[in-house]
Design a protein around this ligand. Structure first.
Ligand code: NAD
Ligand code: ZN
Length: 341
């Protein structure tokens, strides 16, 4: 089968001919239809320090996917050949305390698909059936291929009550933009999103942000005055991983505000803790998606009319994967989808 593999310890990714993986008793074999390129795939492509320390080579990468079940292990229940699926990119241990309590997203032993075990950039991938999410008919293969990052957005957006609240989203990457769409759909009042990239801010405005702020030109305090927001934001979703964005957010959040932190800072990050203390803030770290509550919420949000389609800005047949990585690295894209069919 065709697969994209991190073959060598240097920047790049290579198309290889790999054997179709064998399935165990609890696994299914998925024929991949679509994959999307994640920021993590870009890190692995560029072979930054994190990737060099984390990813063994060779490794078939990729964890944003949709496809169809073509073979089933003998112990698998609840799935059939022909089912259309997407699924979790974290394979959890099942025996730690959190797993046993049903909090699988907090598993301390989770293994990353396309990072620590062979991933979805391939014609076929095998995974434990537990990881899969069966797709309702109205969710296309293309949309399902971005359910992993959509799930990051939904998990973060639903961390706190945003109905009727003023929400600040720092970082208009694909995840920040999808989070803006979600909080608007479910009833936030002002949805203000920041970035330094106008292309992405325009996309965010199309998808539900009520005000975009390019922080390289505009001050959040001025925007708040414009909007007659005299007290500050009720909820902040941090989706940039950029320290200055975190500093700004601590200035403009109201007393008693809630912060959901998804963005991953490149290294240790100092913050002004006195603001956290004197403002009585709540900070929650967000990792991955809840298994599988977030997945049910994602499907329902789409079924209740949330339109995510503008976030997919580019599509390429798999043989043109290099173009996909190029445009994803340019900053002038939303999600980029690769077609394996
Ligand atoms: P991304 O890198 O595409 O988006 C980050 C955005 O922040 C970019 O558009 C960038 O221009 C913007 N930015 C830069 N400086 C800024 C500033 N000063 N103020 C506001 N925005 C600024 O990433 P993404 O794929 O959308 O993911 C968002 C973040 O979430 C990343 O940090 C990513 O590593 C992280 N992430 C975390 C998890 C998790 O489970 N916790 C999962 C996926 C991604
Ligand atoms: Zn576990």
């Amino acid at each position: 089968m065709k697969a994209l593999s991190k073959l060598k310890s240097e920047p790049g990714i290579w198309m290889v001919d790999a054997p179709v993986p064998e399935i165990g008793h609890n696994d299914v074999l998925i024929k991949i239809h679509r994959t999307a390129i994640c920021g993590t795939d870009m890190h692995i492509y560029q072979w930054d320090e994190w990737s060099r320390n984390t990813v063994p080579v060779p490794m078939i990468t990729g964890h944003e996917y949709s496809g169809e079940i073509v073979a089933i292990g003998e112990e698998v229940r609840g799935f059939d050949i022909g089912d259309r699926v997407s699924g979790e990119g974290h394979v959890t241990c099942g025996h730690c305390r959190n797993c046993r309590a049903g909090r699988r997203h907090l598993c301390r032993n989770s293994v990353g698909v396309g990072v620590n075990r062979p991933g979805a950039f391939a014609e076929y991938m095998t995974l434990p059936a537990y990881n899969l999410f069966k797709l309702p008919d109205e969710i296309t293969d293309e949309l399902a291929a971005i359910f992993d990052p959509f799930g990051n957005a939904v998990h973060t957006a639903l961390a706190f009550d945003v109905v009727g609240e003023d929400v600040l989203i720092t970082g208009a990457g694909p995840i920040g933009i999808m989070a803006a769409a979600v909080v608007r759909h479910i009833g936030a009042r002002h949805v203000v999103i920041t970035d330094i990239n106008d292309y992405r801010l325009e996309l965010a405005a199309k998808m539900g942000a009520t005000r975009t702020v390019n922080v390289s030109r505009e001050k959040l305090q001025d925007v708040m005055a414009d909007l007659h927001m005299h007290e500050g934001f009720d909820v902040v979703l941090e989706m940039s991983g950029v320290p200055t964005a975190v500093d700004e957010m601590l200035d403009v959040i109201n007393h008693g505000g809630k912060i959901a932190m998804l963005g991953i800072p490149p290294k240790e990050m100092a913050i002004d803790w006195t603001k956290v203390i004197f403002k009585g803030l709540t900070i929650k770290g967000i990792y991955g998606r809840e298994m599988f509550e977030t997945w049910y919420k994602m499907a329902s949000l789409i079924q209740s009319g949330l339109d995510l389609s503008p976030i997919i800005t580019h599509r390429f047949p798999i043989d043109e994967f290099e173009k996909g990585f190029e445009v994803m690295g340019s900053g002038r894209s939303g999600k980029v989808v690769l077609d394996w069919t």
